[in-house]
Design a protein around this ligand. Sequence first.
Ligand code: XIL
Length: 510
Amino acid sequence: MKTVRVLLSVLLLVILATASLGEEAAMEQIYQSDFTAGEDGWYPRSMGTAQLAAAPDGAMLITGRENDWNSPGRDFEMIPGLRYSFSVEVKQDEVDTASFMISIAHSAGGQESYENLGRGQAARGEWVTVNGAWMASAFDRYVLYVETTGAPTLSFAFRNFTVLQEKADFEQEEIPSLSQLYQDYFDFGTAVTRFEAQNKARMDFYASQFNLMTPGNEMKPDSLIDVRASRELAKEDQTQVAVKFDDVTPLLDYARDNGIKLHGHVFVWHSQTPEAFFHENYDLAKPLVSREIMLSRLEHFMAKTFAYVEENYPGLFVSWDIVNEAIDDSTGKLRSSNWLKVVGEDYLLRAFELARRVAPEGLKLYYNDYNTAVPKKQDGIVKLLKELVAEGNIDGYGFQMHHDIAYPTVSSIRASVERVALLGLKLRVSELDITIPNNTEAQLAKQAEEYGAILRLLLPYSGQLEAVQVWGVSDNLSWRASGYPLLFDGSQQPKPAFWAVVDALEDKAP
Ligand code: XIL
């Protein structure tokens, strides 16, 4: 395997050298408008009196508009779970400046919905390029269009409407599988978003590398809590919560059908949680609810979620972040949040107690936080964990590890793992990513070294460490994309960091 690896590394270097990658290299042009022979499939949306006509400079002109959305549009085929980027040149001669948007009208089951994908301003008489981007979701029909905002009757010309599609080549060269390599030590996992989960080829590639997945956003309170339906329930009973699972269903279905384990994320957090959850009648105009009602809401929220996954995906979930990021970075005390305000200082203790009461047997309950290597914060986290351990309802601690190449140091990371491990809890690295300032060969090498060092310092804890999860697979889809933080590049090719993770096992391998 070593020879294969060296060969592949050489191959990778060749690819890196010739393509000088970046986002663009991972995209291919699938359409560019050509109006030489007519309208090329474009038509005025919701027509009215609007008309298209050929214009000079390879452009098409739209006149007679009555509404902003009364705009040139065209049907496109799009593949769910792939990234798209768009550009179009626009020109208008009627006002000092006008705002343009590239938008999409998509429909499913006859229901049309809209998203604005990019914006730009065009001064009178000048050709201006508007850019946009989108990750495609599953719909029956996709219409891209070029519209104005606040200029419903403006006539304008457009040309060179261009669509780039992410290269959907998930066929990997023969590379080792991280989850198989590490199977004797811990699970190897990744975060997956609902967009990614809608593309089977992409998911098959992920499943070849990872045996554990976490929804990147789709099981956060703002995804799971159905505020409108909760408001209805609250009319009868203030403690009730309505939950919905639409966003996470593609991922759960895929995981169930392909033998992937799930780690849930997250119930109690200061972020990505509807403000209405904390208010009487789920109404922002009403006061905050009492401590008792809030705890009851939390219990119902967790109980309903667990009941749903147990019924529909029995045994799929192995662990869950019950509380996320409760400690303040600078003080090491509890961060101010609605949870602290409404429930009080013991909210974590109560959350874990309730979680234990309603969680399926054997599900591991985790507290998850970042910056564990920072001294003040580490003190706060350890103090909190001790209190939780004393009550006996917590199973594990998750180190997020959203790092940068410059900070924190490997020795401080090692020290933080050492210290938390002494508490005897299960451990996981829940959200590993490491940013670098640019993707030159030198930086990619440094990043690889850092990934390798982290894996090597973790390996001795394999009896206690349940999983290492990266927070995403390829750089271009990362929440920190500008820092190239992950193991695969935007063309789904393994980076030096990937090989460093493979090599970290070298000394250990039987
Ligand atoms: C991030 C997601 O990856 C982003 O898509 C979203 O916009 C913000 O949240 N700590 C966590 C994760 O626990 O839930 C966060 O995920 C990253 C930081």
